[in-house]
Design a protein around this ligand. Sequence first.
Ligand SMILES: NC(=O)c1ccc[n+]([C@@H]2O[C@H](COP(=O)([O-])OP(=O)(O)OC[C@H]3O[C@@H](n4cnc5c(N)ncnc54)[C@H](OP(=O)(O)O)[C@@H]3O)[C@@H](O)[C@H]2O)c1
Length: 296
Amino acid sequence: MHIVVTGGTGFIGTPLCAALRASGHRVTVLSRRSRQDAATVGSLDEIDSATRVDALINLAGAPLNGRRWSAAYKQEIIDSRLRTTRAVLDLVERLDAPPAALLSASAVGYYGHHGDEILDEQGATEPGFAQDLCARWEELAGRAAARGVRVCLLRLGVVLDAGGGALQEMANSFRFGVGSWIGSGEQWLSWIHRDDVVRAVAFLLQRDELQGPFNLTAPAPVTSQQLCAALAQHHRVLLRAGVPGPVLRLLLGEVAQELLLNGQRVVPAALQAAGFRFDYPDVERALAAIYADQAS
Ligand SMILES: NC(=O)c1ccc[n+]([C@@H]2O[C@H](COP(=O)([O-])OP(=O)(O)OC[C@H]3O[C@@H](n4cnc5c(N)ncnc54)[C@H](OP(=O)(O)O)[C@@H]3O)[C@@H](O)[C@H]2O)c1
């Protein structure tokens, strides 16, 4: 297959593109960075209408974590995703033969903040910045269906692996002997091992009958305290303490509430119903693999 990937240089996109190429697919990456090879385009307009594109994977967007959300940065978070998704739609319109599939990223933030309620793909939504962003992102991507494209919406949980992503930030205090959870520690965190993301995307690419929203989360979400206990197995912890919500809000602003103190308990009902099997169904197994890789 010829697969065009936006955001193919990122934390998910890099191993995903490598895996797709290793499986024999031709991959073209959209990237704003200076081009290093013929398989990268700076704009989707560079793809000729006669080009055969079998599938599109849409991952690009400015990072949500790692900095305060000023009004301008919130706009960049939104614009970067909607702008790229519009460019994807333009390409779908322009191609002589539309691609068979569009797999477009979203996030479990789609559901908004929930307590202990278990959320599958039909779960209720609660308003908030992340909810609004994901709903708009999904709605736009869904428009490709009008050209007969099979659209899968990837509602990603927090992706865990070494070398970046959320785990790097979560494990920071542990490196100094402090095992910390966030706020009350009771909020749910829906996570997934990065290898399972790559496998789930390959699974969705192959299964022509699958479309609609898919929660890309491990079957066993954890609370912030449970994650802390699992991380503590891999560090020498001298002190355990929660980081109070008001302190986080003061330090980080709105991002603390939306991404750290709010949570949702999401399960991958649609993927499992389709027969997808997770290599890392629980966080203990995922962290054991990640830390074993780091040690080797
Ligand atoms: N990782 C997670 O835990 C997680 C969880 C839920 C949802 N997601 C979503 O999944 C997608 C991929 O995640 P990721 O962790 O791989 O993200 P990432 O590492 O931050 O990479 C995303 C890519 O988007 C491009 N990008 C960054 N800023 C941009 C901007 N202002 N305008 C246009 N493109 C921009 C970059 O490509 P170039 O620099 O090459 O242009 C980057 O490689 C993201 O949209 C993210 O919101 C991720």
